[in-house]
Design a protein around this ligand. Sequence first.
Ligand code: PLP
Ligand code: COI
Length: 354
Amino acid sequence: MNTIINNIAIEKAKTSKINEVDFDNLKFGHVFSDHMLECNYKGGKWQTPVVKPYQPIVLDPAAKIFHYGQSVFEGMKAYKDVDEKVWLFRPLENFKRLNISSKRLAIPELPESYFMDGLKTLLEVDKDWIPKKAGSSLYIRPFIFASGNGFHASPADEYKFIICTAPSGAYFAGEVRVLIEEKYSRSANGGVGFAKAGGNYAGQFYPTQLAIEKGYQQVIWTDDNTHEYIEEAGAMNIFVRINDTLVTGPTSDRILDGITRKSIIELAKSENIPVEVRKITVSEVVEAAKNGSLKEMFGAGTAAVISPISGFGYKNEDYELPKFDDTYASYLKKRITDIQTNKAADPFGWRYEV
Ligand code: PLP
Ligand code: COI
């Protein structure tokens, strides 16, 4: 039966796949919930979104997404607490960043109500898909791409905004070792590195495959100009702890302004953990690993949450990080996930009830 919530029409799936899902053994982004949100841009205007059964999308072979890669996306999570209340984490930051990314890719910006009401309606319809198990959540993937066709290399006249969700466990299955990149670049000044553009990820796959063949899970990108500065990893921002100080690089044209990153900076400051936002050179990290002052390295992102890095490779040498219990990574991960899942007070106002 069709219903309407938040002015959004809902076409319910005839059957649910939920009983086929093993919620105790969830991988990341592997199974998809019963419904999706779809909103089309045509005639110079975003049309009212609809929620419908999760299904394939039919596209013209000349759709510009295939030829010119005009696409942007976001990554968010929904959490369910012990009382079955549903929470998002700083969703307006994702909305704003989606439009920042869209603007850079010449994609028309989306109205806030379409994003927020669409998301809330979708979560209401698929709330049974939000895992309750610690460490699991409903990963949310809003994305926009050029569905309008034409071989002329110019922006499309039609787009689709879609939100799909996937009940998910941890992004990394085991330990995370990273390779500090010396040759390839993820982004450059004036480019699209700060945008969550699909092409940024495609461009990383080949160098990351080479790193995986050598036993690493992620590449740590360095600046394209000199390869002397640590920028970010393929799916997360990077923090290092030198003695007691937590350090992360500044965001720029080339680096994604991660919501987890900025939350960790605020959280750490509020807990009197010394934090520095400054350029980090590869040579200081290598030197600190050699003299023992490099205590921790971790990645931060929605999918990755806070992922400790156990070692890194650079110029054919491997460096190990010390192993100890009371790390900043484990402390901050607990603090942030407790706020996200409504297990602790949220003095920052980050949590958003759906
Ligand atoms: N950097 C890159 C390249 C990413 O893909 C992500 C993931 O979204 C992040 C950083 C972390 O950003 P956020 O914390 O907003 O998820
Ligand atoms: C996220 O953390 O939400 C991301 O978008 C990273 C992605 C590569 C899984």
